[in-house]
Design a protein around this ligand. Structure first.
Ligand SMILES: [Zn+2]
Length: 264
């Protein structure tokens, strides 16, 4: 992982300070009202952000998951008929979402492994942004993280690129994707803040120690992806410990890492 950029001591002041580079203790991050999480594949949010999401939903936040592909190229069981994979992975994602208190899950149905930041994808993400009107969007970083290149699928960067373009400028521009505005009556929406996952420059760490067992359980609901991973808990613990250390949290703590960007 890339070394932390001068992590500060844990603070209690949530999102405003987050953009300056902070770690936040469990439950201390000011919860947003409406959150949209955009990911390339089913299970991405469970690996990267579900601990943070479930702490927000526990406090009453309304969260939507928007999954761009059905993950139909994923899995480990070659005997599984491939046409059964997409519906299976949608069902797994819905179950994992429920475990995090998320009841609005939208699938855009793009092909797994071939995601590109096309105008069509930008339009489809813009539609969801205008429908949900989030005050915070979690999305994959479009940047290459050379320290994690083997772990981060190219679909994640394509998803991040398309989502970033949808957040800015498409969702706030009435002249972008005019059919959304004229025919579907979807007014523009300005997303004030984004949290990037899997990127090379995290500046904000959320302590998820208390909800780690729930995050692990949600991840295990993606049976087609995780049932063969005997070391899943150890792997996840190692990653979250690295994030906590990077963020300056105390020993024994577990954290998720984000790059917080205010859009103004
Ligand atoms: Zn993925």
């Amino acid at each position: 992982m890339t070394p932390a950029k001068s992590p500060t001591a844990p603070q209690q002041d949530g999102r405003t300070a987050a953009a300056e580079g902070t770690a936040v203790t469990a439950g201390a991050a000011a919860r947003p009202d409406r959150v949209l999480v955009i990911t390339a594949h089913p299970d991405d949010v469970e690996f990267c952000a579900a601990g943070t999401v479930m702490q927000w939903t526990d406090q009453g936040a309304s969260v939507t998951y928007c999954v761009l592909t059905d993950g139909d190229n994923g899995g480990f069981d070659e005997a599984l008929p491939r046409q059964t994979v997409a519906p299976l992975r949608r069902a797994e994602q819905k179950a994992a979402a429920r475990a995090a208190g998320v009841h609005d899950v939208r699938f855009l149905g793009y092909p797994d492994g071939r995601l590109e930041p096309s105008m069509q994808l930008r339009r489809d993400i813009t539609r969801v942004i205008r429908q949900t009107r989030p005050d915070l969007v979690i999305l994959p970083s479009p940047e290459i993280n050379w320290d994690r290149i083997a772990d981060v699928h190219p679909d994640h960067r394509a998803a991040g690129d398309a989502a970033l373009r949808a957040v800015y400028p498409d969702a706030r521009n009435p002249f972008a994707h005019p059919t959304l505005y004229r025919e579907q009556n979807l007014a523009t929406w300005e997303v004030p803040e984004i949290w990037l996952i899997t990127g090379p420059s995290p500046n904000h760490w959320v302590d998820i120690t208390e909800v780690f067992p729930r995050k692990l359980a949600a991840l295990r609901l993606h049976t087609s992806q995780t049932a063969h991973l005997a070391e899943l808990e150890a792997l996840l613990t190692r990653w979250q410990t690295e994030h906590a250390t990077q963020g300056g949290l105390g020993p024994g703590r577990l954290a998720e890492a984000f790059q917080v960007v205010r859009l103004g």
